[in-house]
Design a protein around this ligand. Structure first.
Ligand SMILES: Cc1cc2nc3c(=O)[nH]c(=O)nc-3n(C[C@H](O)[C@H](O)[C@H](O)COP(=O)(O)OP(=O)(O)OC[C@H]3O[C@@H](n4cnc5c(N)ncnc54)[C@H](O)[C@@H]3O)c2cc1C
Ligand code: SF4
Length: 316
């Protein structure tokens, strides 16, 4: 690990200012992803800004009946929160499907959204990787791609986003609240928060220099039955090959988001419209532009079968 300086932020504004003034800086929350990447010298920040002491660890009702989740709320606390379990069951289920109990005790809401990909070549510093070293090439293309993306990928990068929580938040239309170095805040719909790779896979989100995530806002509950199904190589402590987050309302309308297949949680409006009776139609819409490799073509079938299974479960 390389040497770095460390600062405990005293306010949200000063944290964002410090991040803007120190080009090599990174925010640190639970550290469960960042510290691993630093040990491997994939991330080499020169300055760490600890944002744990800023009081951003609260879950509060919003005036319009929704929920404001502080950026530093731990995954364990969010999954166990009464309101989340009762009204946003999809989110609670997705959270407990992720990582392990110990990791969830440390992992935060913002850190989970901003975790980096699990592409094996991204972790192997001896291999070219456009995400790690822009312009160096993509070792995954033509390599071992079983875990990698089938949709939303590009000629420069075929990695997936590994978060379970983000899949649920995408289905629930979450909005990311941020503060910029000048003190202004903005709200970014989760659909626009994560970027597709295009020619610049190292640019992963809509965040600007120094911009800090302060909260995630969930709109008021939409009711219905909430199911999160994660298919993986081991029953626990493994990232999704494919995951499906489904909300089916009493009137038969629904929402579906898919994880493990794309550089961001994947949701298609036309797929929502086809639910619940048109499981096959919904899958066709979801996977319409899939470009699988020979190694990961099975994911397209796995999405179809997992979606059919969760719809069956929803019907009781
Ligand atoms: C063995 C293992 C298994 C795992 N399995 C799963 C799994 O199955 N499913 C899953 O979803 N996840 C899984 N994870 C990932 C885990 O959920 C993430 O590591 C965790 O959520 C990251 O949160 P953190 O608070 O520790 O982030 P950190 O490591 O502190 O930070 C991650 C990134 O977010 C940035 N950041 C943090 N806070 C802010 C902020 N407020 N504003 C702006 N930027 C910020 C940091 O600068 C850094 O770039 C696993 C991790 C491990 C190590
Ligand atoms: S898929 Fe993306 S993360 Fe993986 S090697 Fe290629 S550029 Fe790097």
């Amino acid at each position: 690990m390389r040497a770095f300086t460390f600062e405990r932020a005293r306010s949200i504004r000063s944290a964002a200012e410090s991040a803007s003034n120190n080009p090599g800086s990174k925010f640190i929350a639970g550290g469960t992803n960042l510290l691993d990447l630093m040990k491997l010298e994939i991330e080499v920040p020169t300055h760490l800004i600890d944002v744990n002491g800023l009081g951003l660890d609260k879950i509060e009702a919003t005036s319009d009946g929704g929920l404001r989740i502080g950026a530093l709320v731990r995954n364990t606390d969010l999954a166990a929160n009464d309101v989340v379990r009762r009204h946003y069951g999809l989110l609670s289920r997705a959270l407990v499907a992720g990582a392990s109990g110990q990791l969830r005790n440390k992992a935060t809401t913002a850190g989970n959204l901003l975790q980096r990909t699990r592409c094996p070549y991204f972790y192997d510093t001896a291999q070219p990787c456009n995400k790690r070293t822009p312009g160096s090439g993509c070792s995954a293309i033509g390599g071992v791609t079983r875990q990698l993306g089938v949709i939303g990928t590009s000629e420069a990068c075929i990695a997936t986003h590994p978060s379970d929580m983000a899949v649920a938040m995408r289905a629930l239309d979450a909005v990311i609240e941020t503060t910029r170095p000048d003190g202004t805040s903005r709200s970014i719909p989760i659909a626009e928060f994560h970027h597709l790779p295009g020619d610049v896979p190292h640019i992963e989100t809509a965040l600007e220099k120094g911009e800090m995530v302060t909260a995630v806002i969930l709109p008021k509950p939409i009711g219905g039955k909430h199911i999160y199904r994660k298919v993986r190589d081991r029953a626990s402590y493994a990232f999704a090959l494919v995951s499906v987050g489904l909300v089916i309302q009493a009137d038969g309308t629904g929402r579906v988001a898919v994880g493990g297949v794309a550089p961001k949680p994947w949701r298609v409006d036309a797929a929502d419209a086809a639910l619940p009776d048109g499981a096959k139609a919904a899958w066709t819409q979801l996977m319409a532009d899939a470009r699988p490799t020979d190694d990961n073509r099975f994911k397209v079938t796995l999405v179809e079968r997992t979606l059919a299974a969760v719809i069956e479960e929803a019907r009781g």
